[in-house]
Design a protein around this ligand. Structure first.
Ligand code: COA
Length: 204
């Protein structure tokens, strides 16, 4: 029997293996990962599927915002072990995950993924709704779903990662540098990897 439960810290290693299986080991270069760097997932919404003790599915959600002030959740990644696909586990994860989002008060979910799959759960192309994603992602893969009727009314603009929490710096060195820095220079957090040279256009 498959059980869907909240993700727990001890699932982390098995989740990494499952995501490598589902998306390949270079998955962190995908456009969707820019929303996840140094930002924690919304742990109360992340679910795993267990077959006995074996972890066979995962879905995660991340905080993002649309435009200046509309909060949303980014669905993904979702993956099911190859040995367990086609048994409805992915569908259970999506439905349970979206229900948890709604119950937690979230009103909009965005995703970068396969429309042919996520369309089953009400996701539709987001650019047609006025959302902007500054990444080389096909219109068919940048998706949005209102979690409540009317939730998308007035929601427009760029989907952005929430700023990661960063530890305070002694002496305010960052802000001093910012004031005296070269005009037009954009500060990048020191740990952020450079953007990939070629973003895979048709992948999440
Ligand atoms: C996509 C994935 C999570 C689906 O999990 P699952 O447990 O097999 O899904 P379900 O059993 O709920 O649904 C299976 C149905 O989805 C369809 N489906 C699965 N992957 C699909 C895809 N990438 N595109 C379109 N349809 C897909 C299957 O053909 C099947 O269709 P049917 O019901 O008409 O027979 C799983 O195939 C997977 O882990 N894929 C690799 C990772 C990935 O691509 N994730 C992102 C998807 S947006």
């Amino acid at each position: 029997m498959i059980r869907i439960v909240r993700e727990r810290p001890e699932h982390a290693a098995a989740i990494e293996r499952l995501l490598d299986e589902g998306f390949g080991r270079n998955r962190k270069g995908r456009p969707s990962y820019r929303f996840r760097r140094r930002v924690a997932p919304l742990s109360e919404l992340c679910l795993v599927a267990l077959d006995g003790a074996a972890l066979v599915g995962v879905i995660r959600f991340w905080p993002v915002r649309i435009g200046a002030r509309t909060p949303a959740v980014l669905l993904g990644p979702i993956a099911v072990a190859g040995s367990h696909r086609g048994r409805g586990i992915g569908s259970r994860l999506v439905r349970r995950g979206l229900a948890a989002c709604r119950a937690a008060g979230h009103r909009i979910s965005v995703a970068i993924g396969t429309r042919a799959y996520l369309g089953r759960f009400g996701f539709a192309p987001a650019r047609a709704q006025g959302l902007i994603l500054k990444a080389r992602v096909d219109d068919e893969r940048f998706l949005v779903r209102a979690l409540n009727p009317g939730a998308l009314d007035g929601a427009a603009g760029e989907v952005r990662a929430l700023a990661p929490a960063s530890p305070p710096r002694a002496g305010g060195a960052r802000s001093r540098r910012g004031r005296s820095g070269a005009r037009g220079a954009v500060a990048r957090p020191p740990e952020s990897p450079a953007p990939p040279q070629r973003s895979p256009r048709d992948r999440g």
